[in-house]
Design a protein around this ligand. Structure first.
Ligand code: PEP
Ligand code: MG
Length: 325
């Protein structure tokens, strides 16, 4: 199997009916980056910057942050990379930060909420990213955005750092794109606004599932209770892809859902064209899409979503489709 996938490395990711699909990697440390060459991925769609913070014994300095980001920019070469700003809190704990007792950490003070309340932390990171990518294209995205306003405030922070660096004669990124992760359901009801404000959106399906169904992703009793291939999630994902297309906002899926072949097939049926996933998922997803007719799966998903009664998962139907095509 592994060898079979290795052979697919240089095969372009295009469906049988000629629809190109972008497959990128999720990464978090330098050691993840050799997977780019191994898998033939077209870039890093999610670089989880909190990993550096989580394995350190104290807060990484600005210089340490910048040197990691520079190394990442150098390692990807001409391929694109999307850095996600610190996503701490919830299930991601920093041992050296004063642990705050929270009843519901997943719903608590985390990710961009910390970044906006402690702009010192976020500003240092943004400055490090901008400096590391001087002269190169750069994409930055913010985690756990719940309101469009939060994104706009984060964007202003980036603008301020850019102005500061250029005043001091630092070269800026040649092209800077700012995006929001879509993982909090409230953003589903601000799609027009967020698509207008952001250059791109990236679906964090792990958290989106957790919050959409109110089921803790860390709690085994409920983590797999609800199926992403059931109408509530599929309809939510359809709203996003439709709005992103009509407002010309780039869209990627970086949650684990995109790295499972059956789920990725359904997403292509909904209109998704870009995925970022763990290295091991690239081969199986590519093998699936090379055999897929995007037009047919689109018609199938549309019909099944119209026909279904509401709660029932489409998984058996999609499995049938996969087996018979
Ligand atoms: C997600 O929530 O789907 C995601 C990609 O981010 P993380 O798993 O790091 O929370
Ligand atoms: Mg997340």
């Amino acid at each position: 199997r592994q060898e079979q996938y290795l052979k697919l490395r240089d095969v372009p990711a295009v469906t049988r009916d000629g629809v190109p699909i972008t497959l990128q990697l999720n990464a978090g440390l330098l050691v993840d980056l050799p997977h780019l060459a191994e898998t033939g991925a077209e870039g890093v769609g999610l670089f989880r910057t909190e990993l550096q913070f989580m394995i350190a014994e104290r807060m990484p300095t600005a210089t340490e942050q910048q040197s990691l980001y520079s190394a990442v920019v150098a390692a990807v070469g001409d391929l694109p990379v999307t850095f996600r700003t610190l996503d701490i809190g919830g299930d991601k704990i920093l041992p050296y930060m004063n642990a705050i007792e929270e009843e519901n950490p997943a719903l608590g003070w985390r990710a961009i909420r910390i970044g906006l309340d402690r702009p010192g932390l976020l500003r240092v990171q943004i400055r490090a990213l901008l400096k590391a990518a001087g002269g190169h294209p750069l994409k930055i995205m913010f985690p756990m955005v719940a309101t469009c306003d939060e994104f706009v405030r984060a964007k202003e922070l980036v603008e301020r750092e850019k102005a500061h660096l250029s005043r001091h004669g630092h070269p800026l990124p040649s092209d800077l794109k700012l995006g929001a992760m879509l993982e909090v359901p409230s953003l589903l009801f601000q799609l027009k606004e967020i698509c207008a404000a952001a250059d791109f959106l990236s679906i964090g399906s792990n958290d989106l599932m957790q919050f959409l169904f109110a089921s803790d992703r860390e709690n085994r009793r409920v983590a797999d209770r609800f199926d992403p291939l059931s109408p509530p999630m599929l309809r939510a994902l359809k709203m996003v892809v439709d709005e992103a297309a009509s407002s010309d906002c780039q869209l990627t899926v970086c949650g684990e859902i995109g790295g499972r072949p059956l789920e990725a097939m359904a997403l292509i049926g909904l209109g998704y064209r870009s995925f970022s996933m763990s290295p091991a998922a690239i081969g199986p997803v590519k093998a699936m899409l090379l055999a897929l007719d995007a037009g047919r799966i689109a018609a199938f998903v549309r019909e099944e979503l119209e026909r279904c009664g509401g709660g029932d998962t489409l998984r058996p139907k999609l499995l049938q489709f996969a087996e018979s095509h």
